[in-house]
Every structure is written in structure tokens, then in C-alpha cells.
Ligand binder design. Sequence first.
Ligand code: PEP
Length: 252
Amino acid sequence: MRRPIVAGNWKMHGSRAENARLIEELLAGAPATPKATCLVCPPFVYLLEASRQLRDSSISLGGQDVCADTQGAFTGEISSAMLKDVGCEYVIVGHSERRLLYRESDQLVARKFGAALSKGLIPILCVGEQLADREAGRTREVVARQLDVVLELCGATGLEQAVVAYEPVWAIGTGRNAAPEQAQEVHAYIRARIGARDARIAAATRILYGGSVKAGNAAELFAMPDVDGGLIGGASLKADEFLTILAAAGPA
Ligand code: PEP
């Protein structure tokens, strides 16, 4: 059985004081043994402080991005080893905001995925189509392309220690989530695509849905057979909302 994951992507929000308060509220409200894995991804500069606050808790820590290279003259970049060093277990790679705003190619995302794996981080690989792609019937094509580059570089075994997040770009931060059936259709496709290379790994891979998940719609999305939790943006900044989403992800 796949243990669900609920991950909060805080993006470029918060401050030391706000983060400390949010984590305090999450720690106070999270069950001691949640049925789903819970993690938060604060901005880089706050990771160490968050890591100290989360020590010995049931909430894990992740980075929002990582450098594809391991060390050296890469001004402004953060390596996988550095993320590990400050207590991260996970890292998001290929978020659509990075792909679109910072022109990250499929190849660069795949290298970041590999860099994360090489240091024992669990990459959360984001894939998803833009609205124009969906309207043109190209959803599968886009998702397959994004996934295949990673599979080519790291193999299906690369996904054994990873998580995939299906995040339709038109649903991110828009308040318009994919219908549960729309999400399920793409999740099943992603699983089948991995399964074409390795059925065992495909069956075990957690595939999260992301895109305007809220307390009010999480349960119906997570009830889909191939939806193994969520990657949560806006709603992860409110403790009560995020905790309700976490509770919705527990196995029935
Ligand atoms: C995200 O940024 O990964 C995301 C899913 O955002 P939101 O939940 O705000 O749509």
C-alpha cells in the first residue's frame, strides 16, 4: 500500500516570525503518528531554523529547488548536499514556476532530479500541462515528455526513491482545481508510463496531485485510486487548512 504524502510548498512567502508561528501551529495540530507523510518546503534561507523547530517531530522538511551540479562556481545556487546538511529529506524539482519563469528545460529538471538522488534526497518531480496544451488535447504528450527525460537519465529505478506530482499549470494558484476524474486520468497515465518500464516501481510510486487543493476539495481528490496525496501551495500557509488536508490524506 502506498503511504500518502501531503507536502506544503511555501514558495516565496513568510518571514522568520511567521514561519515559526506556522510551524508551531502545525506541530500543535498534527497527529503524533499521522497516516500520511507530512512535509513543508520553506524558502532556502529559513530551512535551518525550520529544521531545528521540526526536529523529532512527525513533519519532514524539503527544499523548493536544487542545483543540478554538486559544487563549485554556481553563484546563487544551493546543492543537494547543502539541503541534506540542513535537514532536508525532500526537494521539489521542475515546479512549473521554475520551468516557466526561469526557463528550466526538461533536461535541466532531470539533472536536478539526479543530483537530488545522488545525495539521498527524495525528489518530488513536478509535471503538468498548461491550459493551451489541455485544450489542444496534448496533456498526455506534455506529461510523457517531462517524465520520459527523467526516466531516460535516471531509469525507472530513479523513481524508486522519488515522488511524482501532477500539477496542471492552469490549476496552480487559480482556485480552479482539476476535477478528481481529470486528475485520476492523468495519474493513471503517469503510472502506466512508468509501468511500461517497471511495473513494480510504478505500483509503488507516490503520485501527488497539486493545483488549488484546499480543505474543501482534498478528500474527493485523494479518494481517487491513483492520487496518493497532494502538493499544496496557497493552502499550506494556513495551519488549520493544511492540517485538514493532511487528515484527508490518511488511508480510509
Ligand atoms: C503549487 O504551487 O505547487 C500549488 C499546487 O499551488 P496551489 O496549491 O496554490 O495551487
